[in-house]
Design a protein. Structure first.
Length: 443
């Protein structure tokens, strides 16, 4: 208990110091980055508590099934967005009617999420036999579709708020989601086992989204009201950029969703539970480069002339924050996993070690993507994403048979290192050179 208290105090002190730095500098870039990072840290910690409770309450098999359903639904949600979340950040500062753009993207993605979920479930007999039980129950099928739809809309809602440079509402929304879902598997859906874990996440997302649509978005975008809407003239300008980013985002995120499905089909639900908990815990480190790069993208879309200056600042902060965070995770990883049980600690320590090392190249890779998103160099974004995805997934499949679960973590970090070595020189050239803004107003 004393060690846990000291760790909590240290984490609070780090966040407080970071907050003081941001308030002192008082830039929109770092202010929004702070809330993005805070959002990820707090929700990840609550996620740690959530999965700790699940691991102690349910069998590893049920935890494995629940995590696999969440991974499958998340993958389908990303597919459904077709990159429109990036389009919102890039074009909201340029369009004359941001409300039309937001509601148009919400409508398209809700329809796509429903259709793609149905296709996935119908074909689950072939590509994910362990999860085919969902197809045999109409209620489970409907809940799976709704959860996928709300997951996709949650991604868009976060990016719309970020595009309005109001990341604090992203934090409020996702905090609400995490708190709502926490008790549900135990008090309402324990009879469903692994599916109860999954559907609890969907209910949390649904309620948090509703609060954001009817309270947060109207604050950020005056006179906003959520409704079914489609504006062809707006979407036709956004879709080309969005679809290219969709391919990149899908490829960059694919390992996180493919790994659990790969493990559950090759090694079974129990091993998937061990991997998923270690992965989920270590991915909290990713919030640093991710949060800073997202803030850089939003700022660059609003003011491209300061892209190089903000990029240099973002890279320095990302590396300075990642260094102590990564070594802390390596040092405490086994101890944190022990809270889930001896099996999680024994099978997850190596995963945590290799993934924690991967955060440093991720700082470089994510910032390079953000720079190219602002400059609309989608070809470079796609090439980078393809490289990471191919190396991560193929290497993970190969090393899974050689090094077990540790092999997947090794492959993921190796992929990040290879790509970082390729992009570091062009990244530095952009940050040290003068950047010309580009952009136009979309009618």
């Amino acid at each position: 208990m004393r060690t846990s208290h000291h760790i909590s105090q240290a984490a609070s002190l780090v966040l407080f110091c970071y907050w003081l730095i941001i308030r002192a500098i008082h830039t929109s870039l770092l202010n929004n980055a702070f809330y993005i990072i805070l959002n990820s840290i707090v929700t990840s910690l609550l996620g740690f508590i959530f999965w700790n409770i699940m691991a102690r309450t349910f069998s590893p098999e049920n935890v494995g099934i629940g995590s696999a359903l969440i991974a499958a639904s998340g993958l389908l949600a990303i597919i459904s967005t077709i990159g429109l979340e990036s389009g919102l950040i890039r074009f909201i500062p340029k369009v004359k009617n941001a409300i039309s753009l937001i509601n148009s993207t919400f409508t398209i993605v809700a329809i796509l999420a429903t259709l793609i979920s149905i296709i996935y479930l119908v074909g689950s007999v072939y590509w994910s036999p362990v999860l085919k039980f969902v197809l045999n129950d109409v209620l489970l099928l409907i809940l799976f579709i709704l959860t996928t739809m709300f997951t996709a809309l949650s991604l868009l809602t976060d990016q719309a708020l970020l595009a309005g440079r109001s990341a604090k509402f992203v934090f409020y929304k996702n905090l609400l989601n995490s708190l709502i879902k926490l008790p549900l598997p135990l008090v309402a859906f324990s009879f469903w086992g692994g599916f109860g874990i999954f559907v609890s996440t969907g209910i949390g997302l649904a309620l948090a989204n509703i609060v954001a649509w009817f309270h947060f978005l109207p604050i950020v975008f005056k006179n906003y009201s959520a409704r079914i809407f489609f504006d062809v003239n707006v979407i036709k300008h956004v879709l080309p950029f969005s679809f290219a980013n969709y391919l990149a985002n899908f490829l960059n995120s694919a390992p996180a969703f493919v790994y659990p499905l790969m493990i559950i089909n090759i090694l079974g639900p129990e091993n998937n539970a061990y991997f998923y908990i270690a992965w989920m815990m270590t991915m909290i480190l990713r919030v640093i480069p991710n949060g800073i790069s997202q803030s850089l993208f939003a700022e660059g879309a609003h003011d491209p002339q300061k892209l190089a200056q903000n990029g240099r600042r973002a890279l320095i902060f990302a590396l300075l924050l990642s260094l102590p965070a990564s070594f802390t995770m390596i040092f405490l990883g086994g101890w944190l996993l022990s809270f889930f049980g001896p099996g999680y600690e024994e099978n997850g320590k190596g995963i945590v070690f290799y993934l924690a090392l991967g955060v440093f190249p991720q700082c470089i890779n994510m910032l390079y993507i953000s720079l190219n998103q602002v400059k609309k160099k989608v070809n470079l974004i796609i090439i980078q994403a393809i490289t990471v995805s191919i190396l991560s997934i193929s290497g993970g499949y190969w090393l899974l048979g050689i090094n077990g679960l540790n092999g997947i973590a090794m492959a993921y970090t190796f992929a990040q290192l290879v790509v970082a070595a390729i992009v570091i020189c062009p990244l530095l050239r952009q940050l040290l050179g003068k950047q010309k803004g580009s952009g136009h107003v979309v009618n």
